[in-house]
Design a protein around this ligand. Structure first.
Ligand code: FES
Length: 103
């Protein structure tokens, strides 16, 4: 069974923007895009930068350090210098809360 963890209030996730938060001891980024919420690890796979300090355009998050990019839906890299995917996590919205499956 899926272990859903209550991460945030749905209303706290900014639309067309990214927020960073700690969930179960992990540094997680939540993205609001087109009325949906996506979740990935917050630390870039290329270096020690927090993606919540980067720039979200559509479904792409741009890292603030070297401007690598990832698709927030899949965590796949979309622009150099990043080559390693980010971990992305299943999200569900229930009871006005954002729930993540981190396992
Ligand atoms: Fe993110 Fe280099 S640390 S692109």
């Amino acid at each position: 069974t899926t272990n859903w963890i209550d991460a945030a209030a749905r209303d706290d996730v900014p639309e067309d923007d990214v927020m960073g938060l700690a969930v179960a001891g992990r540094d997680i980024a939540l993205y609001g895009v087109g009325g949906e919420v996506f979740a990935t690890d917050n630390i870039c796979t290329h270096g020690h930068a927090r993606l919540c300090d980067g720039f979200l355009e559509g479904h792409e998050i741009e890292c603030p350090l070297h401007q690598g990019k990832f698709d927030v839906r899949s965590g796949q890299p979309t622009c150099a210098p990043v080559t390693e995917p980010l971990r992305s996590y299943p999200v569900k919205i229930e009871g006005g809360r954002v729930w993540l499956a981190l396992d």
